[in-house]
Design a protein around this ligand. Structure first.
Ligand code: BLG
Length: 304
């Protein structure tokens, strides 16, 4: 096993080639979504910070530069933003939900994959992002209908569908094409200086709550001293749109912002899982990193 990284060890554990492994908890949190049956048997240590090691010697200029770098990103908030980017959506692990998603990837996705791919290439999206939206909206059920009459795989409202020229929302091709075009429209409406991945997460929130309410939340974010171009900050303001003391001074008023935050976090998780499940034929929006507090944990093989 010498020379193997944690992800290789996890794969071997999953295939039952080894009975247990020792892994860092930050990597365990992320991998549980890909290997839902893996269990943490016990923690081996108390939580401890990640550390960087430098070669011993007289020249400590590299270490001093690294210290200054971490001090800077700690103070300017970049470190916190990196944590949010890579770990912000993986906190809760829902075993049943992950199993169901994997079942649906096998049983439902094949019927719609070509449609997602075509719509994505037409509007320059990663098809797996569209598929993740479709899963969050309807679990890939083309007949899905909400109590308020929102319909179809991509859950278009009646008004948005007619603005997009979608006549039959229950037709998967029309629904996915409409949702894809709508996402592109929102991405183009957002101020040009907002960068990815924040641009994508903000667009997803607008897809769900409406562009006007998202703008209200961005304005509130600025008023509260946050950065309206960062998802990490805007997601703190979105829930305030349901509180009168905050929404009374907004342009578009009351909105269920908590739902929009959950909506985006779920799509990010589904997207990560789809990226992991499918061939890397498009550049993922997120990549793995390790900045979290961690402790060592022993993992045991799946009990099936
Ligand atoms: C979204 C629309 C937005 C609309 C917002 O509602 O639907 N998005 C789509 O149709 C794709 O266009 O913004 S607005 O036009 O600027 O007002 C706000 O109205 C859909 C949401 C609504 C939500 N799902 C896509 O995420 C939904 O299904 N709600 C059901 C609520 S309930 O269960 O019936 O109570």
């Amino acid at each position: 096993m010498a020379g193997l990284g944690t992800s290789d060890l996890l794969a071997r554990l999953w295939e039952k080639q080894v009975p247990y492994i020792v892994a860092d908890s930050n990597e365990v949190i992320v991998s549980q979504r890909f290997y839902p049956e893996l269990r943490v048997a016990f923690d081996l240590t108390e939580p401890q910070p990640l550390a960087w090691a430098f070669p011993k010697g007289r020249d400590d200029s590299l270490m001093l530069a690294a210290d200054a770098f971490f001090q800077r990103i700690h103070e300017n908030g970049q470190l916190q933003q990196l944590r949010e980017r890579y770990y912000g959506h993986v906190r809760e692990f829902d075993y049943v939900g992950v199993r169901r998603f994997m079942r649906h990837i096998e049983q439902r996705l094949p019927k719609y994959e070509t449609i997602f791919r075509q719509a994505a290439s037409e509007h320059s999206h990663d098809w797996r992002l569209l598929a993740a939206i479709g899963y969050q909206e309807s679990h890939w059920d083309p007949q899905a209908v909400s109590p308020t009459g929102v319909r179809g795989i991509m859950m278009l409202t009646d008004r948005t569908a007619s603005e997009l020229g979608v006549a039959d929302r229950l037709d998967p091709i029309a629904s996915i094409g409409g949702g894809s075009a709508y996402l592109r429209y929102i991405l183009q409406r957002l101020p040009v200086h907002i960068e990815n991945p924040d641009r994508t997460w903000l667009a997803l929130a607008a897809y769900n709550i409406g562009y006007g309410h998202l703008q209200d939340a961005r304005i509130l974010t600025r008023k509260r001293g946050g950065n309206p171009d960062r998802w990490m900050d805007v997601k703190e303001s979105l829930p305030l749109l349901a509180e009168e003391q905050w929404y009374k001074d907004t342009r578009y008023g009351y909105a269920r912002g908590v739902e929009a935050v959950q909506y985006v976090q779920h799509i990010r998780s589904y997207y990560d899982m789809l990226v992991w499940q499918t061939k890397p034929d498009a550049k993922p929006i997120t990549v793995a990193s390790s900045t979290a507090t961690q402790n060592l944990a022993a993992l045991s093989a799946p009990v099936l």
